[in-house]
Design a protein around this ligand. Sequence first.
Ligand SMILES: [Zn+2]
Ligand SMILES: [Zn+2]
Length: 343
Amino acid sequence: MRALVIEGVESNRIYEVPEPTVEPGQVLLAVRHVSLCGSDYNTFKGLNPLVSLPRIPGHEIGGVIAAVGEGVPPEYSMGRRALIVPYTNCGVCPSCRKGRVNACRSNKTLGVQQNGGLTEKIALPHEKIILNDTLAPRHLALVEPLSVGFHAVDRGHVCSADTVVVIGCGMIGMGAIAGSVHRKARVIAVDLGETKLALARRYGAAEVIDAGREDVAARVAELTGGDGADVVIEAVGLPQTFTQAIDFAAFSGRVVYVGYAKAPVTYQTQFFNLKELNIYGSRNATAADFHTVIDYLESLETPPDDLISKVFPFDQADQALPYWVAERDTTIKVMVEMPEPAL
Ligand SMILES: [Zn+2]
Ligand SMILES: [Zn+2]
């Protein structure tokens, strides 16, 4: 079978690789759709410290069950559609012992610390497979990235009384916007440029701020009656937006960091105390977040196709990451589509 392999900085190619064997307890998924994540983008750019090359990228995966191993429950039957929870959990680290398996110390995300889903078939323990026959096949590959944003919302204890500032309207930020709106909070979305801000509005942001044209701090103050936001969710990962998150939070507010800063951040820390902020990290997502996102997507009147900026057939999968690099400002999500399998 074939797989896309990232070999070096801005270098990837489709290779012939061995088919996986299906162990007891495992399900073999014929991959149909893989959407590319910022982590895949950073791997391609040589900026992902968690990855060693060569690596098959991709952890946002939807597909069809093509085989089942011994001892797998009967509902995992051939031909059913499914998506993947792409993380592992060791069971013994401090996070796992607390039941917070999404933050496992030894986590190996598909496509990051181990080979991922940009391949024709992938075998995984059935516990990592979520069955879903109702969403359109391509939307299955949107569940994981949106779940990461929904998890940040959960970390921030967002409720209907809150005004939430979401900094960054990429896919994770869109998940944070949608997840906050899903909890009936009022959302102010911040990004650069009309493309992403229009999508933020479409997914329920009450207000948007164009950081390229407006004074963001002044607008946040104006839109919150001078108080600042109850919750700020940082989904960019730049030192500047990390510190802005503290500035934009109200007294007794909450700050959630889901963006991954690639450079050291310098803080004036007095507002940690003066505002008595709750500051949360957010990593990956829980199974509950995945199910909340599935319910959310099933409830949408207009299907979420506008989150998919561009689809490449698998034959041209090696063009997907270069396209994203070239069209970074206007791209939310790039997806690779495989032919429907003959089962
Ligand atoms: Zn991702
Ligand atoms: Zn663990």
